[in-house]
Design a binder for this molecule. Structure first.
Ligand code: 5GP
Length: 235
């Protein structure tokens, strides 16, 4: 399959057309950004590590029956994916209080939630991805009612699968952000499943293995991500 023109350049990924109009190549890059790209850096090995983690996690959720956009891995950094229209709503599922949830409600990071909390955020760099309610999402035409219902169920399933997966590797899945896309009237889990879009804390120590390391300058992100990959591949 031929690679075509660059369709979209995100903060840490590029998306290329292919000779198949229904498929794209998603290429991970070594760029790291935080705070809506106000903080940036190049992080050695990040592309290949996030690509490998993403492939592994998409495989896990597939086994639980969640349909997703990844077709196959093409190279260390490239995934052949179904071409989808991304729904402009991020789905965040939280198991433990952290980040914007802690700030919004005046809570301390680390407090467990007795059931997962699901939140919607409108994808808008100009507005810094604001929290939105179901009614606004539907009324403003960002997603249909059935799509919200589908995304809620799928995101909670993914949360369950990935919580179990990470726990097997001694890590707590604190929270994560998921994105979905439309293709021919169906919804697929899309984007990436990586430590860039999740909070992952080592059980027992609370040591973060995610992008908070970069956001808060806690350690070397490249080494942290490689150690995380090593834990799941046994390397
Ligand atoms: P929070 O709302 O606490 O900032 O983020 C909740 C979770 O969703 C965290 O795991 C965070 O990494 C992820 N997340 C939220 N928004 C974004 C985003 O725009 N990009 C990425 N990569 N992750 C996000």
């Amino acid at each position: 399959m031929e690679m075509g023109r660059l369709l979209y350049e995100g903060k840490s990924k590029k998306v290329f057309e292919t000779s198949d109009p229904d498929r794209v190549v998603v290429r991970f890059t070594d760029e790291a950004t935080a705070f809506n790209a106000k903080k940036r850096a190049t992080v050695a090995h990040k592309a290949r590590v996030n690509c490998a983690i993403s492939v592994r996690l998409f495989r896990e959720v597939e086994q639980a029956g969640v349909r997703h956009h990844v077709v196959e891995q093409r190279s260390e950094t490239d995934l052949l994916c179904e071409r989808v229209e991304i729904i402009p709503v991020e789905v965040v599922v939280r198991n433990v209080v952290a980040g914007s949830f802690a700030r919004r409600y005046g809570l301390t990071d680390g407090q467990p939630l007795h059931r997962p909390v699901l939140e919607w955020f409108y994808k808008s760099d100009a507005l810094d991805d604001p929290l939105v309610g179901d009614d606004a999402v539907v009324c403003l035409g960002w997603a249909a009612e059935w799509e919200l219902q589908f995304m809620r169920e799928a995101a909670l399933t993914v949360n369950q699968v990935l919580t179990a997966f990470w726990a097997e590797h001694g890590i707590d899945l604190v929270d994560a952000k998921y994105e979905f896309g439309r293709q021919n009237g169906r919804l697929l889990l899309a984007d990436e499943l990586t430590p860039d879009g999740s909070r992952l804390w080592e059980q027992g120590t609370g040591r973060p293995f995610d992008k908070d390391v970069f956001r808060k300058d806690l350690a070397d992100l490249s080494e942290t991500y490689r150690e995380l990959l090593g834990r799941i591949t046994g390397g």
